[in-house]
Design a protein around this ligand. Structure first.
Ligand SMILES: CC(C)(COP(=O)(O)OP(=O)(O)OC[C@H]1O[C@@H](n2cnc3c(N)ncnc32)[C@H](O)[C@@H]1OP(=O)(O)O)[C@@H](O)C(=O)NCCC(=O)NCCS
Length: 382
């Protein structure tokens, strides 16, 4: 009997599961690249829509190509009345990520190509689904607050449209750009848990909606996308800079983790955190409320110092400063993870299309640690 190769520490750390030309990470140097472009270049100069195009097509769009894709996104942003009726039937206290997972799964009923599993149809479904994602999240929030969902506005970007549909008024440019940058930073991250879940599902030739539903489930956990909500809850619990030191020390001595800190791949600064730290600070100064940034910054300072002293240098990850950034944008805390999904749908769909383009069923082996050769004992004799 041939035995599968042994896994080292579990969690598939550092195991290369497949080739991919979408995203590159150097965890030692803190480098993140989408399709050849460093994340710092993209965060400073591009828009989320350009990044969507880049992830899907492997290169930045020309003006006409971007205009065409933006027109297609605008034409597909509205959600079907049947889905709105379904959202209205959800309990008012439903967790938004649960509502989102169910809503995205249900959208397949309304897709005109739901029976076509070709790569070409999947890429059209990717556009339709990406266009609708922010609309679904905003509708979930308005409906649970007893308000009618708003129709998207054709001329607005994904970020501006989302804030408009959430709050009922168009955001200031600086707010829309802050969210736009956050969407760029969250768009892809190689074989993270949710992307891998999406690839595993679509590799069975299940359809794109099934694979994105898997991805949303994986994203919802506190060790993945759910961490940003936990960070904001922690900041609110601490409530003042003076209380940070005792809070962090207590967590560390009792062996508990601080949310938003540490990363499975980065062993230095998460390059996305660099931009979110800056945005959190700038939005705080602009709005005359730097408390959340100050508490975050103090936590980060202590953790970095303490853990470096212990020889385990961990740093802030993408979720740490996105919490205070979203708070300053007036976004409800339990929408932080759904917003992560509004961005990551671009990366998920790029990976699904890449997987479908050269598909092989993903089926690893386990390292069996159980017993062998046991004899069946009748239930009365056990
Ligand atoms: C992301 C995460 C799961 C990575 O876990 P990992 O790969 O096991 O992390 P590492 O191997 O680098 O951990 C090294 C050490 O630092 C500790 N550590 C890691 N993250 C920590 C945190 N957030 N707070 C306190 N200690 C932490 C680990 O316990 C480990 O210590 P040990 O050797 O005594 O067990 C982990 O850092 C974590 O749970 N972070 C909080 C959740 C979070 O922010 N997730 C979003 C990720 S983008």
């Amino acid at each position: 009997m041939s035995k599968p190769a042994s896994t080292s520490g579990g969690g598939l750390r550092d195991v290369v599961a497949a080739p991919s030309s979408i995203c590159y990470i150097d965890g030692e140097k803190g480098i993140l690249i989408y399709r050849g472009y460093n994340i710092h270049e993209l965060a400073e100069h591009s828009t989320f829509e350009e990044v969507i195009y880049l992830l899907w097509h492997g290169r930045l769009p020309k003006r006409g190509e971007l205009d065409e894709m933006n027109a297609a996104l605008a034409a597909n942003r509205s959600i079907p009345a049947g889905l709105i009726a379904l959202l209205k039937a959800f309990p008012r206290d439903a967790v938004p990520m649960d509502a989102l997972r169910t809503a995205i799964s249900a959208l397949v009923f309304y897709d005109p190509e739901r029976d076509d599993n070709s790569l070409e149809a999947a890429s059209r479904k990717a556009l339709r689904l990406t266009a609708k994602f922010g609309t679904v999240v905003a509708a979930i929030d308005r409906i649970r607050k007893g308000k009618e969902p708003l129709d998207p506005k054709p001329g607005l970007s994904t970020a501006a449209n989302f804030l408009y549909m959430l709050n009922g008024e168009e955001p200031m440019d600086v707010e829309a750009r802050a969210l736009d940058i956050a969407l760029i930073l969250h768009a892809d991250h190689e074989f993270n848990a949710s992307t891998f879940a999406a690839r595993v599902t679509v590799a069975t030739l299940a359809d794109l909606y099934a694979s994105i539903t898997s991805a949303i489930g994986a994203l919802s956990g506190p060790l993945h996308g759910g961490a940003n909500e936990q960070v904001m809850k922690m900041l609110m619990q601490i409530a003042s800079v003076e209380k940070v030191d005792s809070y962090v020390q207590e967590k560390l001595t009792s062996g508990q983790k601080i949310m938003g800190i540490g990363h499975a791949v980065y062993h230095t600064e998460d390059p996305r955190a660099t931009h979110l730290r800056k945005m959190s600070r700038e939005l705080g100064i602009r709005q005359g409320e730097t408390k959340w940034f100050d508490i975050s910054h103090r936590i980060e300072g202590i953790i970095v110092e303490e853990m470096t002293r212990k020889g385990k240098p961990i740093r802030a990850n993408v979720d740490f400063y996105s919490a205070s950034t979203y708070y300053m944008l007036g976004i409800p805390i339990d929408l932080y993870t759904p917003i992560f999904a509004v961005s990551r749908i671009s990366g998920w769909t790029a990976h699904v299309l890449e997987q479908l383009g050269n598909n092989k069923l993903i089926r690893p082996r386990s390292e069996y640690t159980g017993e062998m050769d046991l004899k069946y004992i009748p239930i009365e004799q056990r």
